[in-house]
Design a protein. Structure first.
Length: 142
């Protein structure tokens, strides 16, 4: 019985340590950092419709990241090669906006940290079907 308590205590200690480090910065070999929301989108947008705006503040380790921007049918896997970006360590303001225009959407995502120019990644998107879509951006350390 004493061994079981010791093992359970060890498991609890490891779990508590994992919780304490849960807010660790994004770094090489870590899971990708994401900024995402799911919204219903029409395949026939117009310029009078409200944009979708999402924001996150995030600490990033200095590294080369693969940066992807996507609007993908909910439940589907998006294939986007993205682009590589070199980022200095620090806190970043991460924003994405999906703007409805006449017949298509324009998506812009940006990363901003003090002392550096804002990095932006944008693209036009035309949807074949209306439905729920995941809208967002992902950073994966290389």
């Amino acid at each position: 019985m004493g061994k079981l308590r010791f093992k359970l205590g060890s498991v609890i200690a490891v779990f508590m340590a994992a919780l304490a480090f849960g807010a660790a910065p994004a770094a090489a070999a870590s899971a990708p950092a994401t900024l995402e929301t799911t919204r219903w989108l029409t395949s026939s947008p117009n310029a009078g419709m409200a944009p979708v705006v999402i924001h996150r503040d995030i600490y990033l380790a200095g590294a080369t990241y693969n940066w992807q921007v996507y609007t993908c049918r909910d439940g589907y896997i998006c294939i986007d090669p993205g682009r590589n970006i070199d980022l200095a360590p620090g806190w970043y303001s991460w924003d994405c906006t999906l703007t409805p225009l006449n017949g298509y959407y324009y998506q812009t995502c940006s990363l901003q940290t003090g002392g550096w120019p804002k990095a932006t990644f944008d693209k036009a998107i035309q949807l074949a079907n209306s439905g729920n879509y995941d809208i967002g951006s992902m950073l994966q350390a290389e």
